[in-house]
Write a protein that binds this ligand. Structure first.
Ligand code: ATP
Ligand code: MG
Length: 291
């Protein structure tokens, strides 16, 4: 059996190298051949039909969020881990919240940013009134396509809210109730529908707990409620593998976001859990059932 591992054409960071090489090594240890390929090689293209330009693979571990290449690869017949649909639902935070709506999953009250098609438009004061009255201060503002905390803002007053809303007026974004959790959150890894471990992350003097922003992790024992919540998220979104970010405030556990290709270098280091091994085992199990 042979697997294709896809990573981003441009982005290079130690955690990405770690993720792709660890998954590759664990698949190799199970007797599966792998190649790591950047999506800049255009693994799939279209001229009215989907064309696979990297033939000879039984499956693809898609460690990027590129929705075009992932959908085309699926149209070529490859089984993707995660599926294109799951990656797409996680890539756009507002889309994730919509998918998790009406299925009994708690997340903070969220208002979708209104799209603006008019060049030079000023943010509407009545929209700011509505955000202020529904969410209060501080309020969280997020770009829908953020990464490593870079598109997540906190506004403590109307002036800052107005400045951020104005800056993001042409970009897909959302407004969300702030959950006071002391700059900490939980990162829960789910593989094949089961929670395999949890880490508490603490921000480095910031309300954002991202490891990519200097946060640090420690082992956290997931209880039954947290486990059920995260497994339900993975089930609803159809994810083979994910890292669920959970806020723990006055209302208990609330979903912050779901990462379809969560990095796990710090998670493996802190918890000692073999995340790549669990993912490789899941992939092999799924593929053997298909053959
Ligand atoms: N509503 C909220 N209340 C309090 N803190 C929040 C809230 N939303 C996000 N945060 C903090 O900000 C951090 C980053 O937010 P989030 O996970 O949504 O974006 P991101 O990590 O940039 O996204 P990605 O994982 O796609 O890179 C969270 O880990 C959490 O610590
Ligand atoms: Mg996050």
């Amino acid at each position: 059996m042979k697997g294709l591992i896809i990573k981003n054409a441009y982005w290079d960071a130690p955690e990405l190298t770690h993720q792709t090489e660890r998954v590759g090594a664990e698949l190799n240890a199970l007797g599966v051949e792998t190649d790591i390929v950047r999506n800049g090689r255009f693994p799939s293209v279209t001229d009215g039909r989907a064309i696979n330009r990297v033939g000879g693979y039984d499956f693809c571990v898609y460690l990027d969020k590129d929705k075009y290449a992932s959908e085309l690869l699926e149209k070529c017949g490859l089984r993707l881990f995660n599926s294109h649909k799951a990656i797409r639902a996680c890539d756009d935070k507002m889309q994730t919240y919509i998918a998790l709506t009406n299925v009994g999953i708690e997340f903070p009250l969220t208002l979708p940013g209104t799209l603006c098609y008019t060049a030079g438009a000023k943010v509407s004061e009545s929209t700011l009134d509505e955000i202020e009255s529904q969410l209060g201060y501080p309020v969280i503002i997020k770009t829908c396509y953020g990464s490593r905390g870079s598109g997540v803002y906190k506004a403590d007053d109307r002036g800052k809210l107005r400045r951020i809303a104005q800056k993001l007026i042409g970009v897909p974004h959302l407004f969300q109730k702030y959950v006071e959790c002391g700059g900490k959150d939980l990162r829960v890894i789910v593989v094949g529908g089961k929670v395999i471990g949890c880490m508490e992350r603490a921000g480095n003097g910031d309300f954002r707990a991202n490891i990519g922003r200097g946060g640090s992790g420690r082992v956290y024992e997931a209880d039954g409620k947290l486990t059920a919540l995260c497994e339900r998220c993975a089930e609803v979104l159809g994810l083979d593998y994910c890292g669920v970010d959970v806020l723990v405030g006055g209302n208990g556990y609330e979903i912050c976001e779901v990462n379809s290709n969560a990095f796990f270098e710090e998670f493996e280091r802190v918890t000692g859990i073999n995340v790549a091994g669990a993912y490789a085992g899941h992939i092999l199990g799924v593929m053997e059932k298909r053959l």
